[in-house]
Design a protein around this ligand. Structure first.
Ligand SMILES: Nc1ncnc2c1ncn2[C@@H]1O[C@H](COP(=O)(O)OP(=O)(O)O)[C@@H](O)[C@H]1O
Ligand SMILES: [Mg+2]
Length: 336
């Protein structure tokens, strides 16, 4: 390992051995490249030998506070769901995937930016429009996936969205506690100057909302309706641009990171994705009909209260992202 100083930053020797075995070469013949994005604490890289490249993701317990049970279960679920979808919706998942190294190493087909795959909306308007359309259409098609109860149980696809979101007490705490409202207003004022113009307007709008009791009560009531919606639609449940690759030349779309997949209310995937797109400055006007308004209402309080938590790691922008997501969800809610 000491002879591979650059390699062991991205992947451990265990993952390199798995990749070398898969590619039929020695570990010393591997070329390793970093990838952008990702929010988990797993290691990941693109690994090449000759003209073949694969994507490798690895659970390294040295990077985790525990023995990695949660991450290992996520990797296993990601693998299991991808395999299932290779039969049902092959166009939306990696063509090839393999769990190796005692379940610590997941290998999949590479969809690298170097080969033209987009891991964020394109700066070109018409490409971004095709990209958003493709993702929304995919979430709609995936919703109709019917699975036997045994499969749902085995892959842990049981619903959790309405309980987690619709029954979240965030909005009611915001209504009940003046201190929380003051803190949120302060945060938005701090955040505001660094934002794009459209996000500045959203921050101002939610600052106004925070002193309007009746409107907050409306949102709370609306969010509680979300908890009553049937959760009968298959959903990726983490549809964001860093979890999907789009090939603008061919229109192909691949979703990765299936560890949150579950049954959820109709429109959940599209709604989550359109919040992400709007926050990134994309105009989502053509897809307003796709939004689940009750889910948007539920997101407002859910993200507001989480944005007040301390950062996960010093300097990360998770809490800012949550504050902007709350403001974006509110803005979209007003437009439905
Ligand atoms: N099959 C793949 N080919 C190329 N790059 C990938 C692939 N899968 C993921 N990536 C890159 O790695 C990043 C994180 O991958 P992901 O599986 O979402 O990890 P995490 O669980 O940390 O979110 C993605 O945003 C993308 O940039
Ligand atoms: Mg991810």
């Amino acid at each position: 390992m000491e002879t591979l100083p650059n390699h062991n930053k991205l992947l451990t020797y265990r993952a390199l051995q798995c990749a070398a075995a898969e590619l039929g070469v020695n570990v010393s013949d591997l070329q390793i490249a970093s990838v952008s994005g990702g929010f988990s604490r797993n290691r990941r890289a693109l690994v090449s030998a000759g003209d073949r490249t694969i994507f490798v993701k690895e659970v390294d317990v040295d990077l985790l506070p525990d023995a990695g049970e949660r991450e290992l279960a996520w990797l296993k679920k990601d693998y299991g769901v991808t395999q299932l979808l290779q039969k049902l919706h092959p166009q939306y998942v990696a063509d090839w995937t393999k769990l190796a190294g005692d379940g610590y190493v997941l290998m999949t087909t590479s969809y690298a930016s170097a080969d033209g795959w987009l891991w964020q909306p394109s700066a070109e308007k018409f490409v971004a429009k095709r990209y958003i359309s493709a993702v929304v259409a995919a979430t709609r098609e995936l919703e109709n996936t019917q699975l036997a109860d045994e499969v749902i149980e085995e892959l842990q696809l049981q619903p959790f969205t309405t309980a987690e979101l619709g029954l979240d007490d965030g909005i009611d705490r915001v209504i009940a506690e003046a201190d929380i409202r003051r803190q949120l207003i302060d945060n938005y004022r701090t955040l505001l100057p660094e934002q794009s113009e459209v996000n500045q307007q959203r921050c101002q709008k939610i600052i106004r909302l925070l002193s309007e009791r009746d409107k907050l009560a409306d949102i709370s009531a609306h969010a509680k309706q979300f908890a009553k919606q049937p959760e009968n639609c298959f959903d990726h449940s983490d549809v964001r641009s860093d979890n999907l690759a789009f090939q603008p030349q061919t229109g192909e779309l691949k979703l990765v990171d299936w560890n949150w997949a579950s049954y959820a209310p109709r429109g959940s995937g599209a709604t989550e994705f359109l919040i992400d797109m709007a926050r990134h400055g994309q105009d989502v006007t053509p897809w307003l009909d796709e939004l689940n308004a009750e889910m948007l209402a539920a997101f407002v309080g859910f993200y507001l209260i989480r944005s007040l938590k301390p950062p996960l790691q010093p300097g990360d922008n998770l809490r800012q992202m949550q504050a902007l997501s709350a403001a974006t969800a509110y803005d979209l809610l007003e437009r439905t």
